[in-house]
Design a protein around this ligand. Structure first.
Ligand code: SAH
Length: 342
């Protein structure tokens, strides 16, 4: 029988598992503490557990690991990690420190199915979903090996988190758990290209996570050109789903809008965007396009970005401009690649 990675198991399920092994429920909390707070990587090193229990755990489960292949450090202290999974696949994570705010941008898949025109992650197609353990190991790596304690997690690395719904949701439960990472739901952001059924499902959880939706165009035709996923989940339906989400959850949605010179950055588009999202609890986060290696696309200049923002604000849409970090090490938005071992 193949052993199961213990990091794929959320707390209440682990409580059942330890009961099956003849132990009390609280042992699961203790295990969470040892795995995620103490970062212990072998059952035999869990000295606060009875030896017989350690042996039983060892027979049934294993503890997955992640390995650093390459670290790049930016002038602004942003760090990018190339990490190897146990099957040799590679993913990337980014650590961004800004005062007390320690944000880790994590991946949810190896590759991506959606192949947005401007994004590096989908260029080589989709390989597979990350497991819960692999998602968590990115954060554990930073805690244990970098001695940094992320207090903000953004699912903005490689992959589409809502395409790996079950594992991302379980990972969030564990990130959120007091016995594990204890990161508040409000400090965890899912960013999606707009998978409508999953946006609807998310409402069932009744939690306080942040939802960002990558919009990038206020019109169907342009959005389909930039983001082929729009053919599957068209803009008008997406906006309805977002509106419902804000009403049902009483939470705000952030619309991400990359500004690409001459493509989606005219002030006319700002007008259309304002009309499209007016009247519900949302805001816009403008992102300057980060040029990718082989892309013909360009970023507009900052005065133009400011004018786009001003236009939205005049129309009553709360708007911010995202400050880009780690550009010199290709760690900025959308620059994370799906790398394969040769
Ligand atoms: N699949 C998810 C999360 C990953 S991308 C999503 O689509 O939201 C995280 C954010 O980076 C998204 O808003 C995405 O559109 C943006 N992004 C991708 N490529 C970019 C680029 N070259 N420049 C700036 N932002 C980019």
């Amino acid at each position: 029988m193949q052993k199961r990675d213990i990091k794929n198991i959320i707390l209440n399920e682990l409580q059942e598992e330890v009961k099956k092994l003849g132990e009390k429920k609280y042992r699961a909390n203790q295990l969470f503490n040892l795995l995620y707070k103490k970062g212990i990587e072998e059952f035999r090193d869990m000295l606060t557990l009875p030896i017989s229990f350690r042996d039983l755990l060892q027979k049934k489960f294993y503890i997955s690991k992640i390995e650093l292949v390459n670290l790049t450090k930016s002038k602004d202290q942003t760090e990018k990690y190339l990490l190897k999974l146990e099957d040799g696949n590679l993913i990337e994570s980014v650590l961004i420190i800004s005062g007390k705010r320690v944000t880790e941008c994590i991946s949810s898949q190896v590759g991506c199915r959606y192949n947005c025109l401007f994004c590096e992650s989908g260029k080589k197609g989709f390989t597979r979903d990350l497991t819960v353990g692999e998602i968590l190991n990115q954060v554990l790596f930073v805690k244990e090996k970098k001695k940094s304690n992320p207090n903000n997690i953004v699912f903005m690395g490689i992959g589409e988190p809502l395409d790996n719904y079950d594992n991302v949701v379980k990972a969030i439960y564990i990130l959120n758990s007091k016995d594990a990472f204890d990161i508040g739901a409000r400090k965890i952001t899912i960013s999606t290209c707009g998978i409508i059924p999953a946006i609807e499902r998310l409402q069932e959880h009744n939690w306080q996570i942040e939802l960002s939706v990558s919009l990038h165009a206020p019109e169907n035709k342009l959005r389909s050109y930039l983001m082929p996923v729009n053919n599957l989940y068209p803009l008008t339906d997406l906006i309805v789903a977002c509106k419902n989400y804000t009403v049902n959850t009483d939470r705000q949605i952030t619309f991400e809008y990359i500004l690409i010179k001459g493509v989606n950055d005219s002030l006319d588009y700002a007008d259309k965007l304002a009309k499209l999202i007016r009247g519900f609890n949302s805001k816009v986060n403008l992102i300057t396009f980060n040029p990718t290696s082989d892309s013909l696309l360009q970023a507009p200049g900052s005065p133009h970005i400011q004018s786009f923002k001003d236009k939205l604000i005049t129309k009553g849409i709360p708007t911010t401009i995202r400050i880009s970090k780690g550009e010199d090490i290709s760690a900025a938005c959308g620059q994370l690649k799906n790398l394969h071992l040769k």
